[in-house]
Write a new protein. Structure first.
Length: 126
């Protein structure tokens, strides 16, 4: 093989390697962005109480992103506590419901990356 052919062969292999690296970066970019948004995500936590201040266990909590319509849910523990984490930044609404109580709704909850918001909810009988 001549020097010229060897240089051309090396140049082709380098071009192929660069193309593979560029494709790998392109394919992995959405995965990296998703991992960053979850790692730096926000969380909402709180306690659901009745009118007398007693904990409300097994209440259904739903948090909805007002911009995307995506939602996540949780059920309160025996002491009325809930936590919903790994939420992307955005504007949210939160609904708390349990049979025998009126549904409670909180609007315009602004979550930023890394924020940890405490939102206690009071449910009234009805």
């Amino acid at each position: 093989m001549s020097d010229r052919q060897e240089r051309e062969s090396i140049a082709c292999r380098l071009a192929g390697s660069r193309l593979l690296i560029a494709l790998a970066v392109l394919v992995m970019s959405p995965c990296l962005a998703s991992a960053q948004s979850e790692a730096g995500g926000a969380a909402v936590t709180g306690t659901v109480l009745d009118a007398g201040g007693a904990a409300v266990p097994n209440a259904q909590i739903i948090i909805t992103n007002k911009d995307t319509g995506g939602s996540r849910s949780a059920t309160t523990s025996v002491d009325g506590r809930y936590t919903i984490g790994r939420l992307p930044a955005g504007r949210y609404s939160l609904t708390a419901a349990k049979a025998g109580f009126k549904t409670s709704r909180a609007e315009d909850i602004l979550l930023t990356i890394g924020s940890y918001v405490t939102l206690d909810v009071n449910l009234t009988v009805g």
